[in-house]
Structure formats: C-alpha cells, structure tokens
Write a protein that binds this ligand. Structure first.
Ligand SMILES: [Zn+2]
Length: 78
C-alpha cells in the first residue's frame, strides 16, 4: 500500500488522496500560448523512475501536496 506523508495530517493511505498529475514544465520550443496550454494539460511524461506529482488530500485537510515518488517501486521520497 502506498502511504503519503501530509504536512498537516501525517502519514496517510493513498485512498484518502486524489491524484492531480505530474508536475512538469512545458518545453521552451513550444512558443504559442494555446499550444503551451494544451501541452501542459494533456501531454504527460509518464516517467519510469523518480517524478514530481501533485496530490489532493481529499479525505483529510483538503490541501494540495507536491510529492516526489519513484514510480518503479511506488516509494514516496518526500
Ligand atoms: Zn492532510
């Protein structure tokens, strides 16, 4: 089971959270503002390894967290 540490509530099970997606930037080569929005919303890297993600603590303090997670081991790094 995946446990995510919440700064307000402490270590809580993943079932209490809602996944908000990868936290990533848009490549500089995309200059058109509309294309940048589309890339930000729809294009994911789906990294096999360490990635930075947003999680919403839906059943707890109802705050957004930024979590670094290794997707190959499902380990939260911070
Ligand atoms: Zn919380």
């Amino acid at each position: 089971m995946l446990w995510i540490p919440c700064p307000t509530c402490g270590r809580r099970p993943v079932e209490e959270y809602r996944f908000g997606g990868e936290l990533r930037g848009v490549p500089d080569r995309i200059t058109d503002p509309i294309e940048r929005d589309v890339d930000y919303v729809w294009m994911f890297d789906n990294v096999a390894g360490v990635t930075t993600e947003r999680w919403f603590h839906q059943a707890g303090c109802r705050r957004w967290l930024t979590v670094r997670r290794d997707t190959t081991t499902d380990t939260v790094l911070g």
